[in-house]
Design a protein around this ligand. Structure first.
Ligand code: FES
Ligand code: FES
Length: 237
């Protein structure tokens, strides 16, 4: 089985991090927790339903980070991108404004869902929009809490109406066009021309963009080579 190329980098919390020695396909969530030992990001449903695994992704300069479910993204999809985990947005000596407001409003009971809520809620502060019930509900619609109840969580955000945060700095890394993780090849064409050439060159492949359906297939230890053409770097799309 092939191993991952040493040239593959993901920027995690501002640090260029090598992806190597992986002889099996892996989700972003498993990589963060097991290879990087960043355990603040939680695994709940592992199927994109609960938001406990939320992290931020930053794909380009001058872009605002988006919250994604790291259990539904394969590591091969995020090569060359910037990822920010809960450890990258605040710690106990330096809480971010959402964390402070959660503490003040008792918005966490068992705490399992809390990192995911904080990640999603922080995206609201990167938008220069007025915080209201609608955008609070939209922002938190992918996050489930089973014990605190939503009222204190929503109240925490209502208090942040005048708080804005500068988005994290984007750190560029060289984009590579193909990375192998375990038995899977991930291709990252940059434009439609490259995409067309690739589809003529490779026989069996799947297109991969958000991956919310395809990535529920968990054949990570498969010995069959799989080819994925990732669409997120294509300018025209
Ligand atoms: Fe539930 Fe990822 S662990 S959405
Ligand atoms: Fe326990 Fe939300 S605080 S699940």
């Amino acid at each position: 089985m092939q191993k991952t190329s040493e040239k593959s980098l993901v920027v995690v919390n501002g640090i260029k991090t090598k992806v190597h020695n992986l002889d099996y396909d892996i989700t972003l969530l498993d990589w963060i927790r097991t290879s990087l030992n960043l355990k603040g990001t939680k695994e709940g449903c592992n199927e994109g339903d609960c938001g406990a695994c939320s992290v931020l992704i930053l794909e380009k300069k001058n872009e605002k980070p988006k919250a994604i479910n790291s259990c539904l993204i394969r590591l091969g999809q995020v090569i060359g991108k910037n990822i920010i985990t809960i450890e990258g947005i605040g710690d106990k000596n330096n809480l971010n404004p959402v964390q402070k407001s959660f503490v003040k409003n008792n918005a966490s009971q068992c705490g399992f869902c809390t990192p995911g809520f904080i990640i999603s809620a922080t995206t609201l502060l990167y938008d220069n929009k007025k915080i209201n019930d609608d955008n609070i509900h939209d922002t938190l619609s992918g996050n489930l809490c089973r014990c605190t109840g939503y009222t204190p969580i929503i109240n925490s955000l209502k208090e942040l109406d005048n708080v804005k945060l500068a988005p994290p700095k984007y750190i560029p890394v060289k984009k590579i066009e193909k990375v192998t993780v375990g038995s899977s090849n991930y291709y990252h064409p940059k434009n439609l021309k490259d995409l067309t050439l690739l589809t003529q060159k490779i026989n069996n492949f799947s297109f991969l963009s958000g991956g919310t359906d395809l990535n529920l297939e968990r054949e990570v230890y498969s010995k069959t080579t799989r080819n994925y053409i990732c669409l997120t770097n294509i300018k025209e799309l």
